[in-house]
Write a protein that binds this ligand. Structure first.
Ligand SMILES: *Cc1c(COP(=O)(O)O)cnc(C)c1O
Length: 399
């Protein structure tokens, strides 16, 4: 029965196709013994900055490093509150805490699953107040409101015009979490043009964890920015606070990007655009198949200002857990991104949030399921996935 398994993710095929090119990177690294820094890292940084339409890219050890270094370099630290969403991977809030600041959650928009600008404004107006010095203080944490991290979840950018306008009004730093959004675009009405993920905030964090749209063969990440001063600070932070060997202007971290990973990423970057188109085509095929079958599941909402890159393809249904069991038995891989909103995680019990505090994130987390999505997903595989969902839903309503 499981002979025609459909995986959630296929990391083997893209590497098989590029085997010779990737092998050359290893050979070159062995021949030159250049393992940390050097031309492979610089070459990748140059081309990834160009891909994101930014002036600078700083390669680091992971997406978590990227978020942490961007926050610290931008001046976020102890006594500061950083606003973000509860439906993200915990790395977003770990980076805030590790910078010494406090995460504060704002609920999401039910259609896009991203930060809701109206709720962001409401939080700033209703849950924050000016102290005697005129500093905006978050009442729950008693911390200065300093920054916002919009997360471009599932490959779709948050509503950046609205978020940037609020940030400007309240003088807040915006760091994009673009860890799932390599190549995604947002149409800015303000700038009257399409903008790439990673180019709109003060800085942006990317992850190259193997399953991401651009993935390394190990751990890797990067920060993009147009701010030369910030880029310089982040280059020091990733390398023990030094710009010159053994001259430490501050304490930093061991957060560099390996040369081998940079070389592999550089090869794969040349194929990213074609892989993105394949993902977008697969997303369109899912939509057509779901339409044809007339199935009552909620499909991803794609506003006209968004050009999403479908890191994940999410559908929503009441009976999520049983549906996943049915698909699993049929040999179809699925996932939940994410099953427990961060404010209800044990790690954040001390913050004192309760169920009901972020009703949209909570409702969505109980109903979403991530279907197989990767560039080489075939129409036949998708037909099987949608067919099995149809079979399950018909059974569930007793047809
Ligand atoms: C993957 C991911 C991260 C963390 O990236 P790592 O490279 O695993 O450290 C952060 N935020 C989001 C939204 C992610 O998906």
């Amino acid at each position: 029965m499981v002979s025609n398994k459909i995986p959630f993710l296929d990391l083997v095929t893209p590497h098989a196709e590029l085997r010779e090119e990737l092998r050359k990177v290893f050979e070159q690294a062995l021949e030159t013994a250049s393992f940390i820094g050097g031309p492979m890292v610089e070459g990748f940084e140059r081309d990834f900055a160009a891909f994101c339409e930014t002036n600078h890219c700083v390669g680091v050890g992971s997406g978590t490093d990227a978020l942490r270094f961007a926050l610290i370099a931008a001046g976020v630290g102890p006594g500061d509150a950083v606003l973000t969403v509860p439906n993200t991977f915990i790395a977003t809030t770990e980076a805030i805490s590790q910078a010494g600041a406090r995460p504060v959650f704002v609920d999401i928009d039910e259609a896009t699953y991203n930060l809701d600008p109206q709720k962001l404004r409401a939080h700033l107006e209703q849950n924050c107040s000016r102290n005697a010095e005129g500093t905006l203080v978050d009442e729950r944490t008693k911390c200065r409101v300093k920054a916002i991290i919009p997360v471009h979840l599932y490959g779709q950018m948050a509503d950046m015009d609205a978020i940037l306008a609020i940030a400007e009004q309240y003088n807040l730093i915006v760091i994009e979490d673009a860890c799932q959004a390599h190549g995604a675009k947002y149409f800015s009405k303000k700038l009257d043009r399409w903008c790439k993920a990673g180019s709109m905030g003060r800085a942006a964090a990317f992850s190259f964890y193997p399953g991401k749209n651009l993935g390394a063969c190990g751990e890797a990440g990067a920060v993009t920015t147009n701010d030369a001063e910030l880029a310089k600070k982040m280059r020091m932070l990733r390398d023990h606070g030094q710009a010159r060997k053994y001259h430490h202007e501050m304490e930093g971290y061991n957060g560099r990007l390996d040369s081998i990973q940079a070389g592999l990423l550089h090869v794969k970057l040349r194929h990213l655009q074609e892989w993105t188109v394949l993902r977008q085509n697969a997303a369109e095929r899912y939509r057509a198949l779901f339409c044809r079958e007339d199935l009552s599941v909620t499909l991803p909402y794609n506003p006209e200002w968004s050009d999403a890159v479908y890191h994940l393809f999410i559908v929503r249904t009441d009976d999520r857990d049983e549906l996943m069991k049915h698909l699993g038995a049929a040999g179809i891989g699925t996932g939940i991104h994410y099953p427990i909103p961060l404010h209800l995680q044990q790690a954040y019990e001390f913050m004192g949030y309760r169920r009901g505090d972020f009703p949209v994130a909570e409702r969505v987390s109980a109903e979403i399921v991530s279907l197989p999505m990767f560039p080489h997903l075939t129409e036949d595989q998708q037909r099987v996935v949608v067919g099995e969902i149809g079979k399950y839903l018909e059974k569930a309503v007793g047809v």
